[in-house]
Design a protein around this ligand. Structure first.
Ligand code: DOR
Ligand code: ZN
Length: 346
């Protein structure tokens, strides 16, 4: 039986939601990851220390006992976010990082930043205190084609940020283009790569009719970009690391309004493994999943290990969401109904 053991991975980009959904899905991450960076785009976004503490408490409340899972909280940047709040929250170890959503660029980003120049004083502070900036890298200009929004963001917004704040620790999240890969490699910043962007290109959304199961933001691009992402993730290069962007939406909402987001937490590691195996790069998987991210953030890697075995692994069609004993909805996981070929070994 083929096996592989690696240090326990971290998820550098995760949506946990709140309430019943949080309670039902947290175990998919807490069991397999040591730490996760928790996105702040809750319905009422995490814009203060108090909100972050209360959100973190609710996460702890729903964590299975005996877990060492560490949720790393983030603050949601707005045009008039308080610099004092950011500084205090970072120094007091409430905030691990700050998240920049250009306003209306994705799910729950309507309170996001309208003009990034308004944040330059905030970036200066973050650069001075060593606080990471996590970026949803897409312009929100409706005149820019949706498939070009990442590239335009990189050229028009990210490039000036890097020039003005060369020591600011930046992670360009969920990259989707060869342009982003090249930019990250050349500019001393980090990038996360999702499982879904390694598996699908934009055709997936249009196969067998409009299919919102594969709709996420940034949207998957042409095949040539997917290939560039695979090369980057499996290269072992220090600047690329794991961030699932697992983003659950109840089936009824996904089917009804086609909200952006793919729920990959139940199969994220197995999904990445499939790609690394196909690329003959299983030896690079630990770097991508468990070492590069912590190294980028100057944190020690996790001490525990996790083992995977090569065995057929049938993915459930749906994950059911229960409130007490009553099923209140379902969420379709990535690879729903497919059989993957790696399994966590218990
Ligand atoms: O597809 C996405 N879903 N992209 C994001 O940036 C947000 C996420 C969500 O919260 O559902
Ligand atoms: Zn996200």
């Amino acid at each position: 039986m083929k096996k592989i053991s690696i240090r326990k991975p971290d998820d550098w980009h995760l949506h946990l939601r709140e309430g019943i959904v949080l309670k039902n899905i947290i175990r998919f991450s807490s069991e397999y990851f040591g730490r996760a960076v928790i996105m702040p785009n809750t319905k009422d976004p995490i814009t203060s220390i108090d909100k972050a503490i209360s959100y973190r408490n609710s996460i702890f409340e729903f964590l299975p006992s005996n877990t060492k899972f560490n949720p790393l909280m983030t603050i949601y940047l707005t045009d008039n976010i308080s610099k004092d709040e950011i500084k205090k929250g970072f120094i007091d170890n409430v905030f691990f990082a700050a998240k920049l959503y250009p306003a209306n660029s994705t799910t729950n980003s309507n309170h996001g930043v309208k003009d990034i120049k308004n944040l330059y004083k905030v970036f200066e502070l973050m650069e001075n205190i060593g606080m990471p900036l996590l970026i949803h890298g897409e312009v929100n200009d409706p005149n820019v084609d949706i498939f070009d929004r990442e590239e335009v963001f990189i050229d028009k917004e990210l490039f000036p940020i890097i020039k003005n704040f060369p020591k600011l620790k930046i992670v360009l999240e969920h990259i989707t283009t060869s342009h982003a890969v090249k930019f990250v490699e050349e500019n001393n910043i980090g990038a996360t790569i999702t499982p879904h962007h390694l598996h699908i290109n934009r055709n997936a959304m249009f196969f067998g009719g409009l299919n919102s199961d594969y709709y996420c933001l940034p949207v998957a691009k042409r095949e040539i970009n997917r290939v560039a992402l695979i090369k980057a993730a499996t290269s072992g290069r220090d600047c690329f690391f794991l961030g699932t962007d697992s983003a659950p939406h109840l089936r009824e909402w996904k089917a009804f309004c086609g909200c952006a987001g793919i729920f990959n937490a139940p199969v994220a590691l197995e999904s990445y493994l499939k790609v690394f195996e196909e690329e003959n790069a299983l030896d690079k998987f630990e770097k991508f999943a468990s070492l590069n991210g912590s190294n980028f953030h100057n944190l020690p890697p996790n001490e525990e290990y996790i083992t995977f075995v090569q065995e057929p692994n049938k993915v459930a069609e749906f994950v059911e969401i229960y409130d007490a004993k009553k099923m209140i909805g379902k969420i379709k996981p990535f690879h729903s109904g497919q059989t993957l070929n790696w399994k966590v070994y218990n």
